[in-house]
Design a protein around this ligand. Structure first.
Ligand SMILES: Nc1ncnc2c1ncn2[C@@H]1O[C@H](COP(=O)(O)OP(=O)(O)OP(=O)(O)O)[C@@H](O)[C@H]1O
Length: 271
């Protein structure tokens, strides 16, 4: 299958930038980063959509405080906090107790990209499923992804999988805009910085792989609290240090996207 141009796909014809947020490893905060980054981009003036491509384990409905919608009456994409949103979790009973084969997952991802009227958007953030498989391939073949953002935590176990994700995008000729290190450190009540999961892994990985280090997001219990309560931290606590970190990330991501780094030309890396 040849990659479609956005113009050839009416659903994405007016979407300027598609950014894929990926991790390789599950549980590093990819969906949290996708949601808060989308809100931070909105805060700095962009019109933004967020597509949850995690068909098996959609997180966006919980994080955005939305349940399933009646497909007969609902207008997809749904809207909340000024974002356009689509997720498998909005479709009633779609994944409950169902074993989905790879081609079905790819079919849903393809449908989200070609049948959901996204309208005019500056940026569509795609929360990629963990791993490197069918869904990721379909996504990069169906949409012109402007760039990928890799989320990692500082530990080796996460960094190794981040390299796999990075290599996958390079093989698919999708430029990697940069690496975000999530859960980098924790600031205690004593004001001291505690590096719970080691120090500087994301930055070192960025240096070794020749991609930009976009920044770090600290651990803050309110991140998880807000995610579970359906109101992401950037919306609920806009003046918090974590929200400020996301605003800086959003600016950097836009600059990197505008610069269109040449990283897709680099060879795959071995670590
Ligand atoms: N910076 C942070 N500080 C505190 N908690 C965080 C932070 N980032 C993420 N979390 C929490 O970590 C958990 C995992 O995050 P999330 O679901 O976003 O990960 P994920 O990589 O998308 O996982 P999966 O791929 O399995 O869906 C969530 O409970 C989330 O609230």
């Amino acid at each position: 299958m040849q990659p479609q141009t956005q113009a050839a796909n009416p659903a994405l014809a007016d979407v300027k930038n598609i950014l894929a947020v990926a991790s390789g490893k599950g549980g590093v905060g990819k969906s949290t980063v996708s949601s808060n980054l989308a809100l931070a981009l909105k805060k700095i003036g962009q019109s933004v959509g967020l597509m949850d491509a995690d068909i098996y384990g959609p997180s966006v409905p919980l994080m955005m405080g939305l349940g399933s919608a009646d497909p007969q009456t609902a207008q997809f994409p749904l809207e909340k906090y000024g974002l356009k949103l689509m997720s498998m979790g909005f479709i009633p009973d779609a994944t409950k107790g169902v074993l989905l084969r790879g081609p079905m997952v790819a079919k849903y991802v393809g449908a989200f990209l070609t049948q959901i009227p996204w309208g005019a958007l500056d940026t569509l953030v795609i929360d990629m499923p963990p791993g490197t498989g069918d869904a990721q391939l379909t996504l990069c073949q169906t949409a012109n992804v402007r760039g990928a953002i890799i989320v990692t935590t500082p530990q080796d176990v996460s960094l190794i999988d981040a390299v796999k994700a990075l290599n996958m995008f390079r093989q698919l000729k999708v430029p990697v805009l940069g690496i975000i290190e999530n859960m980098s450190y924790f600031v205690g009540d004593d004001g001291k910085r505690y590096e719970i999961f080691r120090h500087g892994g994301g930055k070192k990985l960025a240096e070794e792989t020749g991609v930009e280090f976009l920044g770090e997001v600290p651990i803050d219990p309110r991140v998880a609290e807000c995610g579970d309560a359906g109101e992401p931290l950037v919306h609920k606590y806009p003046d918090s240090p974590v929200a400020k970190a996301y605003l800086e990330l959003a600016e950097k991501v836009l600059k990197a996207a505008a610069k269109l780094s040449e990283t897709s030309e680099l060879p795959a890396v071995q670590l």
